[in-house]
Design a protein around this ligand. Structure first.
Ligand SMILES: Nc1ncnc2c1ncn2[C@@H]1O[C@H](COP(=O)(O)OP(=O)(O)O)[C@@H](O)[C@H]1O
Ligand SMILES: [Mg+2]
Length: 255
């Protein structure tokens, strides 16, 4: 039975069209399309080396594309670094969190932009602001003075998310965020995602754990060997069907 065309509820905040990327002889992405709408949570799945991280790094400007278009709110973009996409409201949280373990929570949240008072870092303002961000997220990091390396993986991730949220993004990308988390930390992360959704933040979650994507996602997109091989609304599919697409996916037209 042919799949119903996917209806567009609102204008997409992110549109990637015909994205291709090679690393030497390796074709990491071939003609990949992606759309993401405000408030939407999209799961991005596929085997290892399918091109998921590369696609997201192209979106943030960490990698340059060989060809294709990236549009944010309908406008063409050519981000040259994650610094530039951050200014456009896009935040990516990496699997290794990219935090400084020997610094404390407050210092990490405001890394690279510590508030100043004359020549000196305004520590009071920094920790006060860090505390506000953590409370807003309702995460269980109870002290802004704790060294990050002394925290569990789940709490370190909360700090990475707090840092991302402090930029007030419209788009958040999580690359395999639950891979090393406990069940409790995973639940908390999924709750945080739903909280962000309420604020109309658009999110992409890369994960091997389909149950997480089915718990919070609206849509799921499958990459295989650098190609789109399927896209489904969560409410119209099953984990079994998505698994079958991941395993046997042949390219199907994604309108
Ligand atoms: N910086 C890089 N240099 C060379 N090859 C890369 C680089 N990044 C990714 N690749 C290759 O591109 C392909 C897709 O990788 P990746 O996007 O990391 O896949 P996934 O995130 O789905 O596991 C893989 O073959 C990988 O080895
Ligand atoms: Mg990856």
């Amino acid at each position: 039975m042919p799949e119903q065309p996917i209806l567009e509820p609102t204008a997409p905040i992110i549109e990637m069209r015909h994205i291709s990327k090679a690393f030497g002889a390796v074709r990491a992405l071939s003609d990949v399309d992606l759309r993401l709408h405000p408030g939407e949570i999209m799961g991005l799945v596929g085997d290892n080396s399918a091109g998921k991280s590369t696609l997201m790094k192209i979106l943030t400007g960490a990698y340059t594309r060989d060809s294709g278009d990236v549009l944010v709110s309908g406008a063409q973009t050519h981000f040259k670094s994650p610094h530039e996409s951050r200014a456009a409201g896009i935040e990516m949280i990496y699997q290794d969190f990219a935090l400084c373990g020997n610094m404390d929570v407050g210092q990490n949240i405001f890394l690279g932009r510590w508030p100043r008072k004359g020549l000196f870092v305004d520590r009071k303002a920094m920790y006060r602001e860090a505390d506000v961000v953590l409370k807003r997220l309702k995460v269980d990091v109870n002290s802004v003075y704790q060294r990050v390396e002394s925290l569990s993986g789940g709490r370190q991730q909360s700090v990475a998310i707090a840092r991302a949220i402090s930029f007030d993004p419209r788009v958040v990308i999580l690359d395999e965020p639950t891979a090393n988390l406990s069940v409790m930390a995973t639940e908390r992360l999924l709750e945080t995602m739903l909280e962000l959704k309420k604020h109309n933040v658009a999110q992409i979650i890369i994960s091997h754990r389909l149950q997480d994507i089915f718990a919070v996602g609206d849509r799921v997109m499958v990459l295989k060997r650098g190609e789109n091989v399927g896209e489904r609304y969560i409410k119209n599919t099953t984990e079994q069907e998505v698994l079958e697409i991941i395993v046997s996916g042949r390219r199907e037209k994604v309108a």
